[in-house]
Design a protein around this ligand. Sequence first.
Ligand code: SAM
Length: 271
Amino acid sequence: MIERPAEIFGGIDTSVPNAARVYDYLLGGAHNFPVDRQFARRTMRMMPNAADVPRVNRSFLRRAVLFMIDNGVRQFLDIGSGIPSVGNVHEIAQEVDPACRVVYVDKEPIAVEYSRILLRGNNRAAAIYGDLRDPDDLLTRPEITHLLDFSEPVGLLTLLVWHFVSDTDDPEGLLARYHSALAPGSYLALSHMTRDGVSRWMNQTMDDALGRIADDTFTRERGRVTEMFAGFELVPPGVVECAAWRPEGPGDFSDAPDFNAVTCAGVGRVL
Ligand SMILES: C[S@@+](CC[C@H](N)C(=O)[O-])C[C@H]1O[C@@H](n2cnc3c(N)ncnc32)[C@H](O)[C@@H]1O
């Protein structure tokens, strides 16, 4: 675990919990600071199933990537990819076909630095700093266009990242810009924090937890998340609870209904 961050990553504020590092801790990762671990442990005291949220989401990631591979996709752009954990996109995809190419994008320095360490020696995968809210920058970045050919289908992965994008930043407008760059046969996978179907207790506990992290967060209703797929053809079953998107077994679900309800997800195809 990181105990002397300033010596490793100067300039990072380690006095406030950070969403990427808390998420890493909940997944059993070691790339987090004491403040993140304290926050995560406190959250788990309030919500013992809290770690089910990233686990269920990562299971969806795996199923979505494999679905895209089954449908001909061999290149992936994972934006808001997070700190590398178990079951990263390049591991899932290159196990099926070593020719798959993957670019990870995140705005959190630790996520990018550790992704680069993990990807050393892998010339079909890269990790770069970038911002989901700046598609015009990302879609022309040489590190991306060097590996990904946008005249061929691309799997665009944006999992549990849109709740960091405010309405002022126009999520639908940003998605329309990404859509315009994707060739027919490309796919978008998206998962999102939501309040639909969660208990009042869960709502209050989420308010408390989300209010304590450094990042502003914006949960959205499932209907709104469905609208974010405008222009894409939604793959059945549409936007549903994350665990309910083509589950393969009981391990894809949480035992606690609130922790299934709190994320919704879908996959859309570019026609
Ligand atoms: C909850 S993690 C999700 C990680 C991964 N996508 C997954 O589903 O397992 C969200 C990640 O999005 C990143 N992030 C937040 N806002 C972003 C933005 N505007 N552009 C790029 N990355 C962003 C955070 O740094 C964090 O690593």
